[in-house]
Write a protein that binds this ligand. Structure first.
Ligand SMILES: [Mg+2]
Length: 199
């Protein structure tokens, strides 16, 4: 071979251990920023619920808040061991929001892109973390391929169906498709997306 390729260099050989320490520090700071931003959005949601006054002329529809599940009420990053089961942890600031929604007499809809085949496990996890009162748990059809466009279209469709029977007060989620589109209610609360850990 006339021009053999040079042996591959590993990133640590190029950047050195100091660089990797900096990456780890930044990732840690990233989680702190994430927790703080998460709390901040939840505080805003609590303030909104506290200040909300029903100024609707037609009050025949119940008011509803639509919540996403993963990265919203459940923490994608952590799991808890309960007995011999490993379960995703809950986002505690969101539990306060959830409790406030119910205390104020609104109803909750969970709209999640988890597949329907996970319905039983999802109900169990939600129940174990205190999210057991909701009007409906809407899960993504098993036969649909999982892509961002379809998830967006399906979430829109779910909200449209909910809006026929309920007044959508707010939508809360960590993805853009949870808080943008049609029938997104009076206010939207976009939570930060969980930081990546594998750096
Ligand atoms: Mg999510």
């Amino acid at each position: 071979m006339n021009n053999p390729l040079p042996p591959p260099l590993f990133p640590s050989e190029i950047a050195g251990a100091e660089f990797f320490q900096r990456v780890r520090d930044t990732a840690f700071k990233g989680t702190q920023v994430y927790e703080e931003s998460f709390q901040c959005v939840c505080n805003k949601a609590l303030d909104f619920l506290e200040a909300w006054e029903d100024a609707r002329v037609d009050r025949s529809k119940l008011s509803a808040v639509i919540l996403d599940i993963d990265g919203t009420v459940l923490d994608d990053r952590k799991s808890t061991r309960i007995g011999d089961q490993k379960l995703m942890s809950a986002h505690l600031p969101m539990r306060h929001v959830y409790n406030k929604i119910l205390e104020d007499g609104h109803v909750v809809f969970f709209v999640s892109s988890r597949y329907r085949k996970w319905e039983t496990a999802t109900k169990q996890t939600l129940g174990l973390h205190g999210f057991s009162t909701y009007e409906r748990l809407c899960l993504f059809p098993d036969e649909w391929p999982r892509n961002a466009y379809l998830i967006w279209a399906w979430k829109d469709e779910m909200r449209e169906a909910i809006a026929k029977e309920y007044h959508i007060l707010a939508c809360i989620g960590d993805q853009q498709c949870d808080v943008a589109g049609s029938n997104i209610g009076e206010r939207q609360f976009k939570l930060p997306e969980p930081p990546a850990y594998d750096c």
